[in-house]
Structures are given as C-alpha cells and as structure tokens.
Ligand binder design. Structure first.
Ligand code: GMT
Length: 381
C-alpha cells in the first residue's frame, strides 16, 4: 500500500504513534509518505520506503494567522496525486481531519477518490473538542472520514458522548516497539543518579496542566521521607517553571532533577523503579506503556483509558485524580523490596500485549477494509 500519514511532528503521543506506525509499515514493505510541517522527532534515519513532504506555509503580509489548514490540504492533494497514494491516515482531529476533508473534495473534483482515516488521540476530543469553536468542525470531520479509530474504548465512548457521531469508531490501542523499549544494562547511569542505592521515580511528558505534575512532586516529597529516592522529570512544556519553583518551595531540589526533552528515553526507563502518571485525563497513556515495557510499574490515576492499560495491584496501582496520599501509600508498597520485582515482571508481561508486532496488523487490516469499502461505493455511484 502507499499510505500518507499526517501528524504533529513534535514530542507528544499522537506524533509518536503516527511516526512509529509509519516506520513499522515501511518495514513491512508499505510505502509511507509523511506530510507534516517539520521532520517528525522519531524519523531520524533513512529507509527506502519512507518519504517526507514538508508543508510550507507562505508568510504573505496580509496573513495575521498563516493559513496552515489550506497549506496542508494543498500539500495532501499534491502528494496523493503525484505519489499515487491509496490512503490518507491523519492523526489528531484538529486540523488534520478537516484539512483532509478539503483535500478529498479537491481530489474528487479531479476524479480521484482517496479514502481518509482519522485517528483520535485524546486531547483532540477531551480538551480541544470541547471548545465550542472547534466542536462543529470536529463533528463534521469525523462524520465525513471514511474510517475513524480511537486509541481506547474510553476515548471511543467519550467521542460518542461529546459529539453527534454517526459513524463507527474502531478501537486500536497504542503500541510499543519492544526491540527499542526493553530493560537495558545501564547500571553506571543508575549509580550516577542514585549514588547511594536510592530508588528512582520517573515521569515523562509534555508538561501540560493535564499531566498534574504537581501531584507527583507532592507525592515524592512524602515518599522520600520513607524510602531513600530520587525523582527524574523528563520532558518540557508550559508547566515546567512552576514545577521547578514548587520543588524549591518544598526543599527537594537535591533529590529532584529536570532533564528536559530526551530522545533515548528507554535508557532512563531502564534504570527506573516506578513511573508516575497522575493525569487528569489520559486517553491511553503511551508514556506509561513505554515504561512498562522497560519493566517499570506505574502509579496512575484511574481516568480515561488508563484502566485499559494499568492493572490495579498487578502492574501498578490507580488512584482517583488528585488523591496524592493514596498514590504515596501505593508507591511505598511497590517500592518495598519484597514486592518490587513482581510488579516489574507483571508490567513487562502486560506491555507485551501491546507489542507493535501485535497491534500494527490491526491497522493494516483496517486500511484494507476502508480501501475496499471506498472502491465498493465508487462502483455503486
Ligand atoms: O497530551 C499528550 O499526552 C499528547 C497527546 C497527543 O495527542 O499528542 O497524547 C495523547 O495521545 C497519546 C497517543 O495516542 C495517548 O497515549 C495519550 O494518552 C494522549 N494524551 C491525553 O489524552 C492527555
């Protein structure tokens, strides 16, 4: 198949899933064309089946807001036509699904019927989607996609609850590349961060408010009173300055480290004992899955799709949003040497159910189904 993938190229779950999916499809012999405004973060190597098409946005002085949506649609038209794509797969509803609709209509006027699949990732539904300005656009774009997938049952349900959706949504969960995400021998690194054998607690995210990083910091300030431990916060985003200040206020800077954005996240996860994801909303929790693949148990909230990943009392624990004391109690239980190894092995076992080799064939089957359906409809009309 020749597949066009549209996504946000920055650090963030939807871009990561889209890029890893494209890489996996290319490995299986499909031709993959990424259409984005800059090179996706995890697309840093050469593969004969992978192509990258940059969306250039003209900066005409009249434009107070450069028309990215139109530039993207134009680029999609160009790539579909000249690369003879079989399918467009857009990740994140806004604005990718609406641009794809525009591209589809332009192509239709030229006699080309390109199927469009939209994958819903989370904040496009749970945050941006609730904004009344975007709601009609998202509803329309979903209803007019040829196929729609969501990354969890919970997100599927939330989409039906939030919008007037008249189309079937297929659930295809996030996945992890176990060849990359596995526990590696990085003891020198552990000794450097935890020189006195402390336990290591890790969080990775884009530091948005929805991640509730302050809950991690409050929890850690209590955990460290019972278990010698260190906290490593990986990533960057709008909440970082306030979180750094909170660490100073709580006087835990010696035990806490903000290391910013990191490509080789699996190296840090390889030496972690516990992963924290106390999010207010989380449609799936890809970062937690990557941690589990590296044998790291997870303390998470019980919100969104997290219960579809984290098994309470087995791979970690779940608490209500904001219940820091419960998180502390659970963290201390996991960090107890009597329990830690069991939780680590359980986390890995669970992560194996989301192996890229298991999940990507679901996408391939779904692609074929949507392509076949589009051809059938073409014959009828
Ligand atoms: O806020 C983020 O975590 C980024 C966001 C995105 O769309 O880039 O991630 C969402 O998509 C991921 C991949 O499908 C999911 O694993 C995350 O749970 C989801 N984030 C939220 O729902 C907050």
């Amino acid at each position: 198949m020749k597949i066009g993938i549209v996504c946000y190229p920055t650090f963030g779950g939807s871009g990561v899933v889209a890029t890893e999916l494209g890489k996996a499809l290319a490995k299986k012999g499909h031709q993959v064309h990424f259409i984005t405004y800059s090179q996706p973060m995890r697309l840093d190597f050469f593969n004969e089946n992978i192509f990258y098409h940059e969306v250039n946005i003209s900066s005409y002085p009249l434009f107070q807001y450069p028309p990215y949506e139109s530039a993207l649609a134009g680029k999609m038209v160009d790539v579909v036509k000249y690369e003879k794509l079989d399918l467009l797969h857009v990740h994140y509803a806004i604005p990718h699904a609406s641009s794809a609709f525009l591209a589809k209509q332009i192509l239709k006027s030229e006699g080309i019927d390109i199927p469009v699949i939209t994958t819903l990732h989370g904040t496009d539904i749970s945050v941006v989607g609730k904004d009344s300005t975007y709601k009609p656009v998202i509803t329309f774009s979903i209803n007019n996609s040829d196929g729609v997938t969501s990354v969890s049952d919970d997100l599927r349900k939330e989409t039906y609850d939030t919008f007037d959706i008249r189309t079937e949504i297929e659930v295809i969960p996030n996945f992890v590349d176990l060849e990359r995400f596995h526990k590696q021998e990085k003891e020198h690194f552990k000794r450097f961060i935890c020189p006195n054998g402390e336990k290591l607690i890790v969080h990775t995210s884009n530091f948005r408010k929805v991640k509730r990083i302050d809950d991690i910091i409050y929890a850690f300030s209590k955990i460290k009173k019972h278990v010698p431990s260190k906290l490593l916060l990986v990533g960057d985003g709008p909440e970082r300055p306030a979180m750094e200040k909170l660490c100073r206020d709580l006087d835990i800077c010696d035990e806490t480290r903000f290391i910013g954005k990191l490509d080789a996240i699996e190296e840090v996860l390889s030496v972690a004992d516990l992963f924290f994801m106390p999010s207010e909303k989380e449609s799936f929790g890809l970062a937690a899955l990557e941690a589990m693949a590296c044998q790291v148990p997870v303390i998470s909230t019980n919100t969104g799709g997290l219960p579809e990943l984290n098994v309470n009392g087995v791979t970690g624990f779940m608490s209500n949003v904001g219940d820091v004391d419960d998180m502390v109690k659970n963290a201390l239980y996991i960090l107890d040497d009597e329990n830690l190894e069991t939780f680590k092995l359980n986390a890995l076992k669970r992560a194996q159910e989301f192996d890229i080799e298991v999940i990507v064939p679901h996408y391939v089957r779904y692609y074929q189904q949507v392509i076949d359906k589009t051809k059938e409809l073409q014959l009828i009309s």
